[in-house]
Design a protein. Structure first.
Length: 70
């Protein structure tokens, strides 16, 4: 992981949100958010923009597949 990058889960936790709260604010299901955090699926552009705003992290600073190491 490069400097200033966090996993999607870490970004959520850093904002003090659990999955249920974050999913509600993003307008998606908890299951969908869980899949994003595990790298099993990926959000589309409108959801990415919501994630950036909610978590206050730019897209380039988020690791969407935590199983990939750099």
């Amino acid at each position: 992981m490069e400097k200033n990058q966090v996993t999607l889960k870490a970004a959520r936790v850093n904002c003090g949100l659990n999955q249920k709260e974050a999913a509600k604010r993003l307008g998606i299901s908890v299951d969908t958010l869980s899949k994003y955090e595990r790298g099993l699926s990926f959000p589309d552009v409108p959801v990415i923009k919501q994630i950036e705003k909610l978590y206050q992290v730019p897209y380039s600073g988020i690791i969407f597949n935590p199983s990939i190491t750099v």
